[in-house]
Design a protein around this ligand. Structure first.
Ligand SMILES: *Cc1c(COP(=O)(O)O)cnc(C)c1O
Length: 416
């Protein structure tokens, strides 16, 4: 397992006090990894609880507009809680049971990882505490509501900027005091070893299925595979199965935000605004300024809005095996609309980055191109952002009406 290094990236830069916990976790991961019974149990849970295997859907209408080129969509949107996050969280849940721990903690920004963790904890009978910046608690009320209904305790973090990075600090503080019975469920293929390797392993189920499915449906490997990249877990999930086949082009699509020239984006590998550094327990490319301070990131998709990136992807970028591109907010919303109209699929804003890049490249790919886009999640969660971006007037009226109703019921009376 090369101590968690992928080329020069990765590692485990952790405080002394957590070292024993990481040693235990690495041992548990390695033992589960070499135990076929563990993977069988995982496949059973994914099949009977999360609906796997997810289909590989032929995008007949989009393909028809591009000659002989064929486009397929891997349907991670059909998972439990609507995204690939279930693959990781349920895998870690089984590992927690194997380690005999009773409690899980996690941090969440937009709330999707917290939601996935809360369903897993309910299902597997684990106590669950979710740390969330106070600002995000206010912004993501619907996810907070569901997490609480699922039995999780949501702790609003009031320090610092009251967003994701403060929630991470608070979750780590909890873990230092609770590691004997508690596991920290990390949401993506980042952080200190063994998290990147472990999360990538659980997500590898996506590519294993996709490879079998494309061979069964087309009798050949794809020529191009596209996936969006936040921390990198869904991209690694589908890419890993095709790494040994150099004829399969792998394209990771980052958040281009307002455009790379604007500086308002989250493109760590596709822009020149990132440099190698150590933070959050591992070494990778971080978006930073000349003084090494972390830059503010921006994306229309909350799940891609992160300063670091998986050390495994940083390595695949450096070796040239994966090509990285960025899609802008505007192009992403246009791609989302096109996918809805042509194929009847409501993709998440994150996933729509991969769709946007694939649609942009499709007309200039070879005649016999066979493309897979990983649709990492569904877009229902993004209704506020998407309706706003599209500028739907009916939606505005709906929100105003709700606000009026609440004001009328408010014991303090309607506000002027
Ligand atoms: C969280 C999320 C992502 C980003 O995470 P990765 O680890 O990069 O996969 C992408 N798509 C969806 C739908 C998400 O919820």
């Amino acid at each position: 397992m090369n101590l968690g290094y992928f080329g020069p990236f990765g590692g485990a830069f952790i405080p002394e006090i957590l070292q024993e916990t990481f040693r235990q976790l690495t041992a548990a991961f390695e033992s589960a990894h070499s135990d076929p019974a563990f993977w069988r149990e995982y496949l059973d849970l994914m099949a009977n609880y999360s609906g796997r295997p997810t289909p590989l859907t032929f995008a007949a209408n989009l393909s028809a507009a591009h000659g002989r080129r064929r486009l397929y969509i891997k349907r991670e949107d059909l998972n439990q809680t609507g995204a690939h996050k279930a693959n990781n969280v349920l895998g870690q849940g089984l590992l927690v049971k194997r380690m005999g721990k009773k409690r899980v903690i996690a941090e969440t920004g937009a709330g999707q990882h917290g939601m996935a963790t809360a369903t897993m904890a309910a299902r597997l009978g684990l106590e669950c505490v979710i740390y969330m910046g106070e600002e995000d608690v206010e912004r993501q009320r619907s996810n907070v509501f569901w997490m609480e209904q699922l039995g999780a305790t949501v702790v609003p973090v009031t320090s610092g900027s009251r967003t994701l990075k403060d929630a991470i600090n608070e979750a780590l503080r909890d873990w230092v005091g609770s590691m004997d019975d508690t596991h920290y469920v990390l949401g993506t293929a980042c952080g200190a070893h063994p998290f990147p390797a472990m999360v990538a392993w659980f997500q590898s189920i996506i590519g294993q299925e996709a490879r079998e499915q494309i061979l069964a449906q087309e009798g050949r490997l794809p020529s191009h595979v596209y996936a969006c990249v936040g921390g990198g877990s869904n991209a690694l999930g589908i890419f890993q199965a095709f790494l040994p086949d150099p004829q399969v082009a792998l394209i990771g699509v980052e958040a281009g935000g307002h455009g790379l020239a604007s500086g308002r984006h989250a493109a760590r590998l596709a822009s020149r605004d990132a440099a190698i550094g150590v933070a959050h327990g591992y070494k990778t490319f971080f978006l930073q300024d000349e003084d090494g301070q972390m830059r503010d990131t921006h994306s229309v998709a909350a799940g891609l809005d992160y300063v670091g990136v998986s050390p495994i992807l940083a390595h695949l970028h450096q070796t040239g095996r994966v090509r990285f591109e960025a899609a802008t907010d505007v192009d992403v919303v246009a791609a989302l609309k096109r996918l809805m109209r042509t194929e009847g699929l409501i993709g998440a804003l994150e996933s729509s980055h991969a769709v946007a890049q694939a649609l942009a490249e499709l007309p200039r790919l070879p005649d016999d191109a066979l493309v897979i886009v990983n649709l990492s999640g569904r877009g229902d969660k993004d209704i506020f952002t998407i309706a706003e971006a599209i500028g739907d007037p009916g939606w505005r009226r709906f929100i105003r009406r709700k606000a009026d109703l609440y004001a009328r019921d408010d014991p303090e009376g309607p506000r002027p």
